[in-house]
Design a protein around this ligand. Structure first.
Ligand SMILES: [Zn+2]
Length: 279
């Protein structure tokens, strides 16, 4: 991430000068006030990854498991916005106005929060990051490219009919707010693709009578959401594919089936954390 500093010194694009203005004081204050945890030994491995995947694919789950395994933070830009809003950070007032007016948070603000987060992480000795939910557009990918180097983009995929069944099976307990999934997915693979099975995540007896379905988990809305996602993400995927950084990963099922296969695709194994912990 020396690239961030280099970029901040040299570039004059508007996004970057915006960044420089909002970063300098914010990062400095934050650095002084935080204690530095011991450096995680990643055996020299550089983890600067992005996780892509449409809503419902389980991207957050896999990104979070991998971040734990590798000892790098799982950074979701939505969380960064929420954290800034609840802090007294330099952008919190501006953000509150944007959010209260129901407007979208600009790419510049998101990139600014992200850069600040990466700088703080670098100073704390973090050995990389896994980005979740960013970049969403080609413009964000281009700005991110100027801010830091991404070495791998994992694109998690499930067939549309599986995603649809999965989303339609989502239930929330109206009492304890826990998430469940009543869909038991068994889809025959077509055109040489393997079958996909996913076990349901059933609620405990005390929740069964209190389950509710999100009002936007209808077939029409889920399909629309997937199409909007695909239209936007296609150029982002092409951007990274063209740079030889895109790893397409077809999830073979739920977490028990997919997790070992994903580790294999990434040349990692379950004991990775233990190896890293040994000096
Ligand atoms: Zn419950």
């Amino acid at each position: 991430m020396a690239a961030v500093a280099r970029l901040l010194r040299s570039s004059s694009s508007s996004a970057v000068s915006f960044l420089r203005r909002s970063l300098s004081t914010a990062a400095a204050t934050e650095l002084k006030s935080q204690s530095f945890p011991p450096r995680v030994d990643t055996g020299g491995r550089n983890v600067q990854w992005v996780f892509l995947g449409c809503p419902g694919v389980g991207k957050g789950t896999y990104a979070s498991r991998l971040s734990e395994l590798l000892g790098v933070p799982h950074i979701a830009t939505g969380d960064l916005v929420r954290e800034e809003l609840s802090s007294s950070g330099p952008l919190s007032k501006q953000l509150a106005e944007i959010v209260n007016q129901g407007k979208l948070v600009s790419d510049e603000i998101i990139i600014s929060l992200l850069s600040k987060r990466l700088q703080v992480g670098e100073a704390k000795g973090e050995s990389g990051f896994i980005l979740d939910g960013f970049p969403r557009t080609i413009r964000q990918a281009e700005i991110l490219d100027e801010v830091t180097e991404i070495d791998l983009v994992v694109n998690l995929k499930l067939p549309e009919n599986v995603l649809l069944e999965k989303c339609l099976g989502r239930r929330i307990c109206s009492q304890c707010s826990k998430n469940f999934n009543v869909a038991s997915i068994n889809i025959k693979g077509e055109n040489g693709n393997p079958d996909i099975s996913m076990a349901p995540l059933l609620p405990p007896p005390q929740c069964v009578s209190k389950l509710i379905t999100r009002s936007d988990d209808t077939e029409a809305i889920v399909k629309e959401r997937l199409h909007i996602y695909n239209d936007k993400s296609q150029p982002v995927e092409d951007f990274y594919r063209g740079r030889g950084k895109l790893l397409e990963f077809d999830l073979p099922g739920g977490i028990p089936e997919s997790w070992p296969k994903l580790l294999e695709a990434l040349n990692l194994d379950e004991n990775e954390d233990k190896q890293f912990a040994t000096p």
